[in-house]
Design a protein around this ligand. Structure first.
Ligand code: PLP
Length: 348
């Protein structure tokens, strides 16, 4: 199935469309989506809106554009966005909140990507002409840099309450929302109900090649639509890729549980290795971070050694390594990766 025997654990974005998904894409009915005339895109948008319990949804090329169009739609230049210091929207979207929405950011601390309503209250600016205008809170679920952290659903209503107190809107960066749903048994709509806008990605663990959506009220999605055009994200016969996303929603959600089980197995094996620090209890979904003891070897050196032995992981920081499980990594692949890790840490 893969072009080599490399076990690629760098990210869940590396998945390739399966033959069945490619078939669905090849056979997709298409039209010009900029004229709202692509039936497959329309079907995807309706499917996602109903999955999330929102009035409307819009297909966009990437998770970054989902976040940037939603942020732009919910803010004005000069506003301030409240979000966790480790957020994707802050670190990995090329400065988009400031560059394309003209917003400053107020960063919240908190273990593993989570924060509290009190953190939000402490971060909201007083209503005074000296300050930027606090207007939006972003929650990331699951939290990527936090370690694939699931937001316990009962932690969200108090944040919504704080938001309402100060008239703030809320965006859910749900690139991996379906992982949170599979891990907790809560539906996507249960999470989405607290948010004005919700993004989800099809090209992460869901295994489609391209695409994300933003969902929200009809009025908000009309604004998002305008900004999608402004940012160059209007696509024409996009049904070809929307069909991959629809296929992913139909076939690849429940199987995320396999990725979570594989990640747990990997975390438990890593915890037994000398020179590795990890708490397997913190691995709730498909993302595994671990630290190699300083003084022994650097993360980058370890990743080079692993790659020579067919296992691809990502060094993030001098001692930190990331491994992400996904639908192109089978249980056998994962067991092989563990064998390789044991060889590197114990054998040599
Ligand atoms: C991957 C990701 C995104 C979107 O990234 P793209 O590369 O633009 O698709 C957004 N938020 C989170 C939390 C992510 O992990």
């Amino acid at each position: 199935m893969t072009d080599s025997h490399l076990i690629d654990l760098r990210s869940d974005t590396v998945t390739k469309p399966s033959p069945e998904m490619r078939k669905a894409m090849a056979e997709a009915e298409v039209g010009d989506d900029v004229f709202a005339g692509d039936p497959t895109v329309n079907r995807l948008q309706e499917t996602v809106a109903s999955l999330l319990g929102k009035e409307a949804a819009i297909f966009v090329p990437s998770g970054s554009m989902a976040n940037s169009t939603a942020i732009r739609a919910l803010t004005q230049p000069g506003d301030e966005i409240i979000l966790h210091a480790d957020s994707h929207a802050y670190h990995y979207e090329a400065g988009s909140p400031s560059a394309v929405s003209g917003c400053s950011v107020r960063l919240l601390p908190g273990p593993r990507g989570l924060f509290t309503a009190d953190d939000v209250r402490a971060a909201v600016r007083p209503d005074d002409s000296h300050f930027p205008h606090s207007s939006l809170i972003i929650v990331e679920n699951t939290h990527n840099v936090g370690g694939g952290t699931v937001w316990p659903i009962d932690r969200i209503p108090p944040i919504r309450e704080a938001a309402s107190e100060f008239g703030l809107r809320m965006h859910l960066d749900g690139a991996r929302l379906m992982n949170a749903c599979v891990a907790t048994g809560h539906s996507a709509a249960e999470y989405a109900q607290y948010f004005d806008t919700v993004s989800i990605c099809f090209s992460k663990g869901l295994g489609a090649p391209v695409g994300s959506t933003v969902a929200g009220s009809a009025e908000t999605i009309r604004r998002v639509h305008r900004f999608r055009k402004m940012f160059g994200g209007g696509m024409r016969q996009a049904g070809i890729i929307a069909a991959g996303a629809l296929y992913a929603l139909e076939h690849n959600i429940t199987r995320l549980a396999d990725d979570h089980a594989n990640a747990k197995l990997l975390a438990e094996a890593l915890a037994d290795l000398p020179g590795v620090s990890i708490d397997p209890d913190t691995v709730e979904t498909n993302i595994v971070y671990f630290d190699v003891d300083a003084g022994k070897q650097a993360a980058e050196t370890l990743c080079k050694t692993l790659l020579q032995r067919g296992v691809w992981m990502l060094p993030l920081g001098s001692q930190r390594v990331r491994a992400v499980t996904h639908l192109d990594v089978s249980r056998e692949d994962l067991e092989q990766a563990i064998t390789v890790l044991r060889g590197v840490f114990e054998g040599v």
